[in-house]
Design a protein around this ligand. Structure first.
Ligand SMILES: [Mg+2]
Length: 220
């Protein structure tokens, strides 16, 4: 039914309990509010970027080595606060074996930030490929049909055999459907839940319903 299933990361595979402004203050000793406009403009850049651009723009007088160290500390701290949703990697095993598909991750953000999170979660132990929008490939943010076309070419699949799973309607779901993919809008949680058969999962895809789910409840 699917040859390729691609997951969003934040809010789909993992979640966090960290205060971004608090981490920012602990590292830079300045209030995040003072820098948030410039910082966020660089963090959400639509193209190749690592995250150092934001540090450089906000703290131009800091030495390059100090900037790199601050970025590494920030990304490590941020990654340490991320937790995978219960059972999400078991659900990926189940989807892969049931559909005999390849599984990928496509996440928005600077390369160094997103890879700190993905490495902490050991995402590449569970999926076939993963990209941050800031990576040299694809160097493009969601939402974008062109980004999805790049993934089709790179991983050799056609849109009608692809499924995108994400928590954000604008960034994950609408562009996938516009590209001719199927899409599943999820709202994962870790609360107790009844078993969720794959038939219900597929019904939600077909009916465009938002699926609130505990990944660990997914079953054949
Ligand atoms: Mg998300």
């Amino acid at each position: 039914m699917f040859s390729t299933v691609i997951f969003d990361l934040d809010g789909t595979i993992c979640h966090h309990k960290a205060s971004y402004p608090k981490i920012f203050y602990e590292i830079f000793a300045e209030q995040f509010n003072k820098h948030s406009n410039i910082w966020l403009r660089h963090m959400m850049h639509n193209g190749e970027h690592s995250g150092i651009e934001a540090v450089h723009a906000c703290f131009p007088n800091m030495s390059p080595s100090h900037q790199q160290q601050a970025l590494k500390t920030f990304t490590d701290r941020w990654a340490a606060c991320q937790t995978p949703y219960a059972g999400v990697f078991d659900a990926i095993v189940l989807l892969r074996s049931h559909y005999n598909c390849q599984i990928g991750v496509m996440t928005n953000g600077p390369s160094q930030f997103q890879w700190a999170v993905m490495n902490k979660l050991r995402v590449l132990d569970h999926v076939d490929f993963a990209y941050a929008s800031g990576d040299a490939f694809p160097a493009e943010c969601k939402p974008s049909v062109a980004l999805l076309r790049k993934l089709e070419v790179r991983h050799n699949f056609s849109p009608e055999t692809a499924l995108f799973i994400g928590d954000n309607p604008q960034k994950d779901i609408l562009p996938a459907r516009e590209a001719g993919w199927q899409a599943l809008h999820v709202s994962p949680h870790d609360k107790a839940a009844d078993p969720l058969p794959l038939s219900t999962f597929q019904d939600a895809i077909a009916s465009h319903a938002k699926l609130e789910l505990n990944w660990s409840s997914l079953t054949l």
